[in-house]
Design a protein around this ligand. Sequence first.
Ligand code: HEC
Ligand code: HEC
Length: 297
Amino acid sequence: MSTFWSVWISVIVLGSILGCAWLILATRKGERFKDSTEETTGHSFDGIEEYDNPMPMWWLKLFWLTIIFGIIYLIIYPGLGTFKGVAGWTSHGQWSDEIVAADQKYAPLYAELAAQDPEQLMNDEEALGIGQRLFANNCSVCHGSGGRGNVGFPNLTDDEWLYGGSHEKILETLLNGRQALMPAWQDALGAEGITQVAHYVRSLSGQKNVDETLAQAGAAKFQQNCVVCHGANGEGNEAFGAPSLSDSIWLYGGTQNIVEMTLRYGRKGRMPNFEEVLGEDRLYVLAAYVKSLSQQK
Ligand code: HEC
Ligand code: HEC
């Protein structure tokens, strides 16, 4: 915060507090704390007149108390521009204290769970409940609350995996994150080549509305350019996170338009890593939960 804004805020805050105090003093009646008078303010409406009585004592005292409270608060806590307050409190400090306390409290619980077999965790209601809460807080923004995914974000409830569906592979995904690289083919294949290959790709998954001639021309180009990553029959390759093209599950979509778009510009799906955010023990439990999603019938 620049000095100008710091001073600006301090002046407004202190000015308002002092202004309130001034208002109380300035409107004080001459005869202090008298209970009531017969004087009126002169306002009258429908024959009802307004008495000119002083504020009730309890109300005034409360008002003074809030003013004193406000000033003490501003001395102890940050509130006046860049002044940090004598207590040295920060929201970030409180947050990290709470994190440390929570970690100390829950670490043994997670360590105990992480010592178990994944199979065991997948049959343990309590562990799955913990996994579900971790998932809701950290993963559902991208993968959906039920883990069903969305365009570009894989569905975790089917048993088709980009990088492998063993507990070990899922844990690896969570610990390190994943960065997919599907190259762009615009320059190498040209518009015509892309149309041909897209027809061929769609034929791999048994789509009916495919032009046979175009698909055949595309097959050769596929063998040349795509099999390294996607396999000779488009079965995919977990080492590259290259999806199977021979099933009807699509990460980005399987219409002619979308497949052409994928080919033209490439795709770079990124799964963030969570080792630092959640730690290995939590991720171990979470990986068991994710695996359990794909095995629900
Ligand atoms: C910022 C969005 C985002 C968040 C948050 C996120 N993911 Fe992902 N995740 C992705 C994307 C995108 C991919 C696919 C990467 C690719 O295209 O190769 C992915 C891939 C995965 C995979 C691999 C799926 C497969 O088929 O192999 C798993 C497992 C996974 N995520 C689990 C999780 C879990 C558990 C969490 C919470 C800790 C999480 N993700 C949080 C975006 C996200
Ligand atoms: C370097 C390895 C590599 C090569 C070569 C490659 N791909 Fe890919 N492809 C990938 C990866 C990795 C993804 C997943 C991208 C992501 O998750 O963001 C992908 C995704 C796709 C998709 C999207 C699938 C879906 O479910 O939406 C299509 C279609 C595709 N590739 C077709 C092709 C074709 C056709 C070729 C050859 C012209 C090709 N790829 C060449 C690695 C490759």
